[in-house]
Write a protein that binds this ligand. Sequence first.
Ligand code: GTP
Ligand code: MG
Length: 546
Amino acid sequence: RHLCCPGTVAANVGSEEQPLGGSEDKIPKKRFSEVQEERREQAQRTVLIRCPNNVNEKKFLKYLSQHGPINNHFFYESFGLHAVVEFCQKDSVDSLQNGTHTPKQRTDPVIPFKSRFLNLKLKNSSNQIPQQSYAQTNKQLPPSSKKLFELLNYAENIDDQLNTLLKAFQLTEENVRLRHLTCSLIEDIAAAYFPGCVIWPFGSSVNTFGKLGCDLDMFLDLDEIGKLDVHKNAGDFLMEFQMKTVPSERIATQKILSVIGECIDNFGPSCVGVQKILNARCPLLRFSHQASGFQCDLTVNNSIALKSSELLYIYGSLDSRVRALVFSVRCWARAHSLTSSIPGTWITNFSLTVMVIFFLQRRSPPILPTLDSLKSLADAEDRCILNGHNCTFVRDLYKIKPSGNTETLELLLKEFFEYFGNFAFNKNSINIRQGKEQNKPDSSPLYIQNPFETSLNISKNVSQSQLQKFVDLARDSAWILEQEDKSQPSLSSKQPWGLATLLLPPGAVSTPLSKKKKKPMNEKVKGLLASIKSSTTDSSKGTHGK
Ligand code: GTP
Ligand code: MG
């Protein structure tokens, strides 16, 4: 369609055209840094345009092409119609901006901050155009639960259900573009204070586990500024920039976020509800970017978190089963309120992902390698020490041998619930570095070792009662899948089956969970089985308590 651009990005995100995974070997597996650089460059050639609802797509593109060839575009709805337009060359953006007015006739006074977020006005808005010429919009949100249940019911088997769920929820190519564009727009604002800074997305926007509608985690990278310095030979002289000094790194972070927060609040087009959360362990700015619809969290120099995102990206790209399993487990946890969008004593998506990775390292043969083995495959260039922590691991996906394990997703899902339904949380910690349970170093109910800052627990916040809820639901779900095995669904059945039954809200009628309550014998057998298991594996004491 558009052949003019040199820098067309084929990233390892789960778009329809670019599926991921170990079995799809034909797809090039790019390095994380390569994908990030390409996406950033692509975003810099892109503008965001607010359009009237009756915009004529053809005329719109023709008008914009005056500034240079367009590589890609799409429309979407978020508080009105918007278009993302990617030019082939960055110069075209400058040309478009030069031909753009600042608003004049408005009654409200404006702060004249020029950005790459533009507003299109039609000169003759009464000019009616046929409905079929209206721009088609691209969806940025996941399917409703009704739609999801329909999709799951049509699937052929449980494996197909897990893959269907993945396809329905994963970030689309367009959504990924919009995430990088939003970072790029915020970077323009931050660059007013810190020329040469970079804002990188991290977390689930880039780690291959992002679900449509998830937040946009971004971090302001000020180290990039230093990298521009050229060390010229100047004889005996050594010239340095004069810097302002503050008592600690934390205070520096707080001050930087504070001024950028003011800037985003006062001058950031479409940025609303800016909150400065500066006293948190990791100080951040939270705001909502209305035009893209993203809830944004901005932190500073959070390079270990970016490294964690890279590690998850590698795990998510190694085998196609990983993402399918993680998405289903995350959806299951959300459906049963084990996770929440507000912080609290519950398990986070990040912790759940690490639990799935750990479980896949424990299979025989393992589906995923341990972090230590990824470290042993690293070469000198992969070496990475951040804040004194060794964050080295191999970054070239081709150097990692694919797993010989051929277990089905159905089996893995059931075994995941079995495994954690019976895990000795009371005495063991989860550790993806070694891929082995370890003795817990403290009495936190759930202990998941931080892969890089190894003396920290990423699930320190989780309470005993939340962990117990997780264990109970895992056991129930293992049991439901066990029953499913015995009664394969008829395809014409309108009743939810397989994965769908696991996602039904608690208390929903006609679910195996509620049916189960009417069957005391089954409940008894289940309890008996659980107690046999817990006595043989010495599990569950910690979670059931005294
Ligand atoms: P979503 O729930 O989809 O947003 O998943 P997420 O992975 O983006 O999680 P979140 O937005 O909570 O955090 C963003 C990133 O910060 C994660 O991917 C991790 O890299 C990091 N992170 C989050 N929580 C912790 C934690 O408790 N400890 C550490 N070390 N890193 C964390
Ligand atoms: Mg996030």
